[in-house]
Design a protein around this ligand. Structure first.
Ligand code: HEC
Length: 133
């Protein structure tokens, strides 16, 4: 008899657990969607400025070795015409055989995250006064 009672208790306990988990699972997709929305890359221009001043400034401030200076609106208009994604890819992979020079992969910054570089491209474009699709 004792065994039967403890079995029943166990079954009830398991049911409570299952019901609780089920309830949690139902809420999960909504939470996931929210996180996805939040983590969609949105440019952080303040971080972009930090990365620019730390890394990109070496070539892009005055335009060293064929790099477009941040003040060279004409060159940035030419770059922006390729679209944002193309520019972002150029920074991630570098431009080994550019029309004007060689842009090193990640602008030589191996400690920069992809997001840091994403922010830096947005910052350069903003500072140059151009927008890329
Ligand atoms: C060692 C010099 C150097 C550094 C450092 C550097 N760049 Fe460049 N970058 C270049 C040169 C040179 C070009 C021009 C390549 C060409 O079109 O011929 C260029 C081009 C670019 C372009 C245009 C790419 C295209 O497809 O037209 C972007 C965007 C860019 N750089 C962003 C950055 C960012 C962001 C950083 C910092 C994280 C950075 N660069 C650091 C040299 C540099």
């Amino acid at each position: 008899m004792k065994k039967v009672i403890s079995s029943i208790v166990l079954v009830i306990f398991s049911l409570v657990l299952i019901v609780n988990c089920g309830g949690g699972e139902k809420k999960a997709p909504a939470t996931k969607k929210e996180v996805k929305k939040e983590t969609k890359m949105v440019a952080d221009l303040a971080n972009g400025e930090k990365i620019f001043n730390k890394v990109c400034v070496a070539c892009h401030l005055t335009g060293v070795a064929g790099a477009p200076a941040v003040t060279d609106k004409k060159r940035w208009e030419e770059n922006a015409a390729k679209g944002f994604d193309a520019l972002y890819k150029s920074v991630l992979n570098g431009v080994p055989k550019g029309k004007y020079g060689v842009m090193p992969p990640r602008g030589t910054c191996n400690d920069c995250s992809d997001k840091d570089l994403f922010d830096a491209v947005h910052y350069i474009l903003k500072r140059a006064g151009v927008t890329a699709k």
